[in-house]
Design a protein around this ligand. Structure first.
Ligand SMILES: Nc1ncnc2c1ncn2[C@@H]1O[C@H](COP(=O)(O)OP(=O)(O)OP(=O)(O)O)[C@@H](O)[C@H]1O
Length: 328
């Protein structure tokens, strides 16, 4: 069966900026696929190329078996990252307005309930809070009960309870067979919702897979973080690998020593070790690796590779200039 979303080697440049540098992905019917990646990685550009709102310079994209611009809009729901609906419509009128654009739409009141806006249904869009506005926008992408739904940062600005409302909504849609492609900076959101996650860095999908597989492959080992000013050498006799993370890297506090590969049952032995040697510490916390570790590790690697590549290009330019100078 043909994939619902199928993109091969998409490239997109804006002047000197390369937004997509050969992105390929395939999403099956009923899957929830989450795109994660740093600011400027190309997530929105990829969504735009897949929904037909921008044309790639190279590569091909097909959704629901058609080129994006040829797809029946009744089958497609799109929530762009930036979306400014008419401000002087109430939330209910707004959903009714968008529902009116389709031959066969859902009852706007049901959509209003789905996104948790029944109590504010009569409030003008411009008077809704930022999070309520975002919920109304999510609702507007659902009015046609789409087969394929693109959500570009659906929960940005929505409070934790509202975020869970939107998550449950996406889960229900996926259970009913809707294919969902979303972008997010919220790793808990990606981990909870996505069947597969794609990490985009520098215009390329550098890793794709189910969250648990990505965590196994790239998440590293469990860690016990000891908040202490002590030198890692003070931990030399401990039977586990110990490191002091570079400041500002990863998710560790500034003054911390991290004990790797340690089972929670062994934490007591570490406490005994610290106390026996009078090593002062303020806090101990143990964590298994999760998607945030995958993100930090892969995005960091991609950023280093990008810096190396740019330095390589600059050196090549400099030597070209030097050669040109010699022959002039
Ligand atoms: N219309 C445009 N004109 C010029 N440059 C653009 C345009 N759209 C995107 N870009 C550039 O392309 C790159 C990728 O942008 P994009 O919005 O796709 O990133 P993103 O991963 O969605 O980022 P964010 O997480 O911040 O939303 C960025 O460097 C951006 O400045």
């Amino acid at each position: 069966m043909e994939a619902v979303v199928d993109a091969t080697d998409l490239e997109k440049r804006y002047g000197e900026t390369t937004a997509l540098a050969g992105a390929s992905l395939s999403v099956e019917a009923g899957e929830v696929f989450a795109l994660i990646g740093p600011n400027g990685a190309g997530k929105t550009t990829l969504v735009r190329a897949l929904t037909g709102t921008t044309d790639p310079d190279e590569g091909t994209a097909r959704i629901l078996g058609e080129p994006p611009s040829a797809v029946d809009r009744d089958l497609l729901g799109v929530l762009p990252q930036e979306f400014s609906p008419p401000a002087r419509l109430s939330a209910r009128e707004l959903l009714a307005y968008y529902a009116g654009l389709y031959d066969d739409a859902r009852d706007p009141d049901n959509v209003l309930a789905d996104v948790g806006l029944v109590d504010t249904g009569e409030t003008w869009y411009e008077d809704l809070s930022g999070g309520q506005q975002r919920r109304a926008c999510v609702g507007s992408a659902l009015v046609n009960d789409p087969d394929l739904l693109f959500l570009d940062e659906p929960t940005t600005g929505i409070d934790p309870a509202g975020r869970r409302t939107v998550w449950r909504l996406i889960e229900d849609l996926a259970d009913a067979g809707t294919t969902v492609v979303l972008t997010t900076h919220d790793m808990a959101e990606a981990e909870r919702l996505a069947d597969r996650v794609g990490l985009l860095a520098d215009g390329r999908l550098v890793a794709q897979g189910p969250p648990e597989a990505l965590v196994r492959e790239h998440g590293g080992s469990s860690r016990l973080t000891v908040e202490t000013a002590a030198d890692p050498d003070a931990f030399a006799d401990l039977e586990y690998p110990v490191e002091r993370p570079e400041r500002g890297r990863g998710r560790n506090p500034d003054n911390a020593v991290v004990v790797r590969d340690i089972d929670p049952a062994a934490i007591g032995a570490v406490v005994d070790y610290l106390e026996a040697r009078d090593i002062e510490y303020t806090e101990l916390s143990w964590a298994e690796p999760d998607l945030e570790d995958v993100y930090l590790s892969l995005a960091d690697t991609a950023e280093r590779e990008r810096t190396d590549r740019l330095e390589g290009e600059n050196e090549a330019d400099d030597s070209d200039l030097a050669r040109a100078g010699e022959t002039a």
